[in-house]
Design a protein around this ligand. Sequence first.
Ligand SMILES: *Cc1c(COP(=O)(O)O)cnc(C)c1O
Length: 387
Amino acid sequence: MSTIEKFNAHVMGSYGRYDLVIDKGEGNFATDENGKRYIDFGSGIGTNSLGYADKDWADAVCKQVRTLQHTSNYYYTKVQAEFAEKLAKLTGMKNMFFCNSGAEANECAIKIARKYSFDKYGQGRHNIITLVNSFHGRTMATLSATGQDAFHNYFFPFVEGFIYAEANNVEDLKAKLDDTVCAVMIEYVQGEGGVVPLDKDYVDAVYELCGQKDVLVITDEVQTGVGRTGKFLAGQNFDKTADIVTLAKGIAGGLPMGVCLAGEKCAETLTPGTHGSTFGGNPIACAGGLAVLKKVENKTFLIDVAEKGTYIKQKLLKIDEVESVTGMGLMIGIKLKTKKAGDIVKAALDEGLLLLTAKEKVRLLPPLNISYEEIDKGLKILERLLK
Ligand SMILES: *Cc1c(COP(=O)(O)O)cnc(C)c1O
C-alpha cells in the first residue's frame, strides 16, 4: 500500500490534500518520497520561519530533547524563563501565557478580555467585535469569532458574544461599539481572508475609539507576527501596541506553540486556576522559539525580510498575468487576471515549487531567511506557469 493509501485509510478527511508525500527538508527545499526537490514558498503555513532544519535551531531543539522534554506547569524551567524574557523585550508586552496553537492563543485572549471587563465592570460587557473576513481558528469560540459565514455551519450552536464589523469601515465600528463590548479583535493583515492589510486610518480609529471606552484591542498576530511583515510585530508597522497580542505559526520554527501576550492593563487578569494548558510552554517548543528569536532579533534580519518582500513584489508586478500584489514583508497575496490560484498551485508542484492559496489568491509565506538566489529560482518557475 502506498503512503497515501495507508494514510487515507485511517486519517479523517478534514483537509483537501495534494498528492505529495514530503519526506524531509533542508534549508529552503523540501524533498518528496521519490527524492524530488521543491523550493518552499509556503514554509508549512508560515511555521518553518527559518526553513528546514536550520542548524542553530536544530542544535537547540536536540539539546533540549536530551535535557528535559517536558515537565508540568506546576514547576518552573530555565528555557521558558529565557524565552519569555526575550519575547517580552521584542514585543514590549508585559506578561504572557503559553499554549500550543493559534486558536488556543486566541481562546486565551478572549478569556482575558472577558475577565478583565468582568473584574472591572461586572456582567453584561462580554461582547467582542471581530472583523468580517477574519480568521481566528477552528475551536468553537475562535470559529465563532471568525467573521466568515462559510465557517458558521454544521456545528451549531456557536459561542455567543461575537459581533462582526466591516473592515476599514469606521462608521460601522462606531455603531457597534456599545456598552456591551469588552474588546475589538483584528488582524493587521487578514491572512486566510486573502492577504488584505487594514488601512492605517482604520487602525488609528480602532485604537482611538477603544481607548476612549476602556475596550481592549486584541491583535491576532498568529500569522503576521515574529518578523513576517518586516517588523517583529505587524503592529510596529502601524506604530501601535495592542492590549493583547496572540502569536503562533512561526514562533517556534515549526514546533507547535502559541503565546498570548498582555500589556500592563490586563497583565494580571489571569489568576491561579483561571486558565491552563498541559503542554503549554513545552521546553522543546521554547528552545525552538528561543533559537528563532535569537535570529529574528538581529536588526538586519528584519530589514532583510522587508527588502525581500519588496523585491518579490516588484518582480511579480512585472508579470502580465498578475492583477495586483497585496501584503506586507514576506506575507504576499497575488491576484491573477485570468488563471485560477488553485490550478497554479497544483501545476507548481510538478515544477518543484510549493505555494499556498488564500481565498482567490496565490499566497506566499516563504521562510524568513530565504536567499535571493532561492527567491529567483522560485519566481522563475512561477513566472513560467503564469505565461
Ligand atoms: C492560522 C491562524 C490561526 C489559527 O492557528 P492554529 O495554530 O491553526 O490554531 C488563527 N489566527 C490567524 C490569523 C491565523 O492565521
